[in-house]
Design a protein around this ligand. Sequence first.
Ligand code: PMP
Length: 342
Amino acid sequence: MKAKKNIISLKPYQVIDQPYLLKLDANESNNYLDDISLSLQGVEYYPDHQSKSLKQALSKYIGIDSSLMTIGNGSSELLDLLFKAYIEPGDVVLSFDPTFSMYEIYANIYGANYIKVPSNDDFTLNMDLMISQLSLNPKMILLCTPNNPTGFQIPRKDILKLLNLTQALVVIDEAYIEFSDQNESMIKDILIYNQIAVLRTFSKAYGLAGARLGYMVSSKDITSIMNKVRSPYHVNALSQKAGLMALSKRDLIFNNIDEIKRVREKTLKTLIDLGFKVYKSQGNFLWVKSPIKALGIRLNEKGILIRDFSKDQSEFYRITIKQQNDMDILISSIEEIINETK
Ligand code: PMP
């Protein structure tokens, strides 16, 4: 039995699956709920199909009516559903490069013509270059801001400029927005622009990557389409509860985000002193060019996982920022490697 042609040639998403001492490869955060045990009461029934309580709690926090929200199994599922609902084979999908690798994978699954708009040499993103590609008549444009893996945040005014020039569905992936120093979220703009969908996740700032929980905020039209394509009861009851609990701990979580931002700036300076090229980041990670060859493999030998991009971009890596003590372990391991190389 043969799968579809475009699926046979697809490369699956790469996940490092091995024991480790320190995990800095997937932009996860602390666990804020480890003192809470979740009751299994009620699991004999299907979960709330609309995730109503979670949406209401989110609504208070983001100031958007819960009728304009969709909850998903991570923002990954929401991305998948957007492609499923809007993309026909051959449709043009635009995105910057490098960016979150799943965009290309979804585009290939749905047979889209995925066009990458290159970043500037310093990994800032050039919206005018994206705008010049509008002549290709894209059906969907994916903007990751702050961008994974580079940490660059697209200025709001640039996104507004794009929105005023296209009818395409513009997906704005704000997975890392809580770590940004700038208040540039596009979430309120869904009330003005019918064509945008803003994606957020509980996997990063909220420390719930294992619960698989994300949300999307979009116009009435897009939200009603999402309600047509999602599977029944797709978000499980335990994850809905975990999301509610995380929202009840927002003060603690946001104090920690401030801490991560401080550690990010300190780590950036330390890595520059060690000879790295480090790019200013608005996420909980740093995009670096290493002065040491095969840094990813050498850290891996010491039990430290970082995300290795060196196959595509020589000696480029993405390193998750965690607490200072974790960064101390990373830095002393890098110093050891530098000394071993001398
Ligand atoms: N968007 C971006 C930019 C990401 O980096 C990730 C996870 N790495 C996701 C979406 C998906 O996150 P999740 O499915 O865990 O919400």
